[in-house]
Design a protein around this ligand. Structure first.
Ligand code: ACM
Length: 654
């Protein structure tokens, strides 16, 4: 039965193949009429070219993979074996010898194919065979990711799928390669500790979207997460605080007798295991040790690293307020969370830390933080005044610049390239400093003009800790960033010499993220948008098309058991006051084709309630506006409960 079916298809495919049915020129493989049109091909990030052909390759129950250089492709073959065999229950084997029966061929080119570079691939699917060709193993791995996305969504299952699935792949010719070489996600494991297994889970999700850098933010005021031999208190003391669950920055300060048992750290062996796990998936881990600011965990462990004698009484932060931002940046510190640039012990300490971190992480860059360092304690420190005199430093920014230049020498001595957040530009750093631009795109643009290497991770587009919809439904943080805005992220803005822009990344800070499910929720789907910004050709970006694919990937993430935010379906509220003082509420949606139903009477609206079609005047005695979005008579957004009191606060005063 199966044989007959596939040979029929085979005959159909051969005739159609000659015609090359659909050529994608604008990123649209199929002309989708509605947002939720289901397309057989929905790849994220969008490949460079897709030529769709008629017919399918049907997975046989015995799948044979043939690899030309099996030693180089060992990890990719076992990855493919697992991903194919578990959901299907099929038998998957591999061979190094040429076999006429091979179903999937993985071919490393003998001669370099300049079009696809080091990470690109060609993927050809015909009814007889699947062939992935690349110059390097990384390209084969990315071709495999694309292949997975061409299979039915059930391929994402962690268990054998019991329902009837047609395990087939559309015939297609894909040529694909990344726009940028640095495609990262930053994961803050300092504010909240995530276990080694959770970090692996995060890596598993990111590699599906062809990310190749995991930036681990390993130290901060709330925790030091790396075992450092010779400085045991960093993890005995520095890795532990008191659990709080309120709003970060206003957490109730811990009392002296509360147990400090919340946190954790990675041993050096743990980190090496993570490095290997990531490398097998073509991900480099960028370690970050954030100094001289954000260092309270280190200072609480070794107070002598601070300029401030009271540091002997300091404790690792548990989210209580320690900074005063009322005067803007840099903040005023209420406790001195900095390492002291005038203290030689600090450079000895950093030399030890950098040496050990360098020996764990093979990646060529090391990130040393440098952001948001408060200077107010330095201002009252006699050793800093002496240092300024001796080194002819005029400002506190220059004191930090002195620290950064010495630190870069330490990092270079241990064979690594120095990377830091964009604030370090203010104190004067060497041109070899690689800059991670976060406060605004403009700092990255300026750094590139000054010939620094730059990675763009601006708050405006790439801060994954920000809320994805209105704060009445999202876990509350101080700012919002919707998916559509993230999709506008262009890491290589006009006017910049692209040669200095290494790439871009999304940053997931975890002050308000308490578990891996919430980390995933914050990352996806904005992580799709960033993946497309760093991988796909700029000309192919198309919001409508992207969102249609995103919805199909929601279904994949459901099966993969990866959480994502459905916030894109939540309406956007705008409110103003009419001339006679009434509140007028305008509701819009981020995506097309949604119907909004509402109530002012405290009952829960459904699709039999009034449908929103023009701005709403709030009735005088209403105390709650509830709204929900539907599509095709099915609820799709979450019930949003907007207190009229809140609308009153938001409406501009006359
Ligand atoms: C940062 O967000 N402080 C780099």
């Amino acid at each position: 039965m199966k044989l007959l079916f596939s040979s029929l298809l085979l005959a159909g495919c051969l005739t159609a193949a000659a015609q090359n049915t659909v050529v994608a020129t604008d990123g649209m493989v199929f002309n989708q009429t509605a947002n939720h049109a289901h397309s057989e091909i929905a790849i994220i990030p969008e490949p460079v070219t897709i030529i769709k052909q008629e017919g399918h390759f049907i997975l046989p129950q015995n799948i044979l993979i043939q690899a030309t250089k099996p030693a180089d492709l060992k990890q990719t073959i076992s990855f493919l074996q697992e991903r194919l065999s578990v959901p299907t229950g099929f038998f998957v084997s591999s061979t190094a010898t040429t076999s006429a029966n091979a179903n999937i061929k993985l071919v490393i080119n003998d001669r370099n194919d300049a079009v696809i570079g080091a990470e690109g691939y060609h993927l050809q699917v015909t009814p007889q065979q699947i062939v992935i060709t690349a110059n390097k193993p990384a390209g084969i791995f990315y071709g495999v990711q694309t292949l997975m996305q061409l299979l039915p969504k059930q391929i994402e299952s962690k268990d054998e799928v019991k329902e009837e699935v047609k395990w087939q792949i559309p015939c297609v010719n894909i040529t694909d390669y990344p726009r940028l070489t640095w495609r990262g996600l930053m994961f803050d494991v300092a504010r909240h500790f995530f276990t080694k297994e959770e970090v692996k889970q995060y890596i598993d999700a990111m590699v599906r979207y062809k990310y190749n850098i995991l930036h681990l933010h390993l130290t901060d005021d709330e925790g030091w997460r790396i075992e450092i031999k010779g400085y045991p208190k960093l993890t005995e003391v520095g890795a532990w605080n008191v659990k709080r669950v309120g709003s970060f920055g206003t957490f109730i300060p811990p009392t002296a007798d509360e147990p400090r048992n919340y946190g954790g750290f990675y041993t050096q062996a743990d980190l090496k295991e993570l490095v290997a796990y990531a490398q097998e998936r073509f991900v480099n881990i960028l370690p970050e040790v954030d100094v001289p600011g954000h260092s309270l965990a280190a200072v609480a462990s070794y107070p002598e690293l601070s300029c401030t004698p009271e540091a002997v009484n300091y404790k690792v932060r548990s989210g209580e307020r320690i900074m005063d931002w009322s005067r803007g940046a840099p903040p005023l510190a209420m406790v001195d969370n900095t390492l002291c640039p005038a203290n030689e012990k600090v450079y000895e300490f950093l030399d030890t830390v950098v040496a050990q971190v360098a020996s764990i992480f093979p990646f060529e860059y090391m990130h040393m933080g440098g952001d948001e360092a408060p200077h107010n304690f330095w201002e009252k420190t006699p050793q800093i005044a002496e240092l300024m005199k001796r080194e002819n430093l005029k400002t506190m920014a220059q004191v930090q610049g002195y620290f950064e230049r010495r630190l870069e020498k330490i990092v270079a001595k241990h064979g690594k390239r120095f990377m830091a957040w964009d604030e370090v530009l203010e104190g004067g750093v060497s041109q070899s400093t690689a800059v991670m631009s976060w406060r605004d795109m403009k700092y990255g643009v300026q750094a590139a003009k000054n010939k620094h290497e730059v990675v763009m991770s601006p708050t405006q587009y790439a801060y994954l800790d920000y809320m994805q919809a209105d704060e009445i439904t999202e876990p509350k943080v101080y700012k919002g960033l919707r998916l559509s805005k993230t999709y506008e992220f262009d890491p290589v803005p006009d006017g910049v010499d692209p040669k200095y822009i290494k790439g871009g990344q999304g940053n997931l800070w975890t002050e308000q993220v308490y578990n891996i499910r919430q980390a995933e929720y914050q990352t996806w789907p904005r992580g799709f948008a960033i993946a497309e910004s760093v991988w796909s050709p700029k000309e192919k970006k198309n919001w409508k098309n992207f969102f249609a694919r995103t919805e199909q990937h929601f279904e994949r993430l459901n099966i993969a058991e990866t959480k994502y935010a459905p916030s894109v379906y939540d309406p956007i509220f705008a409110v103003k006051r009419t001339a006679d003082g009434k509140l007028l509420v305008t509701l819009t949606t981020e995506v097309e084709g949604l119907d909004i139903y509402y109530s002012f009477d405290n009952s829960f609206p459904d699709h039999f309630y009034p449908k929103y079609n023009e701005p709403l005047v709030v009735p005088v005695d209403a105390n709650m506006l509830r709204v929900i979005t539907y599509r095709d008579k099915k609820p799709i957004g979450r019930m949003m409960n907007m207190p009229i009191e809140e609308l009153n606060k938001r409406a501009p005063k006359k």
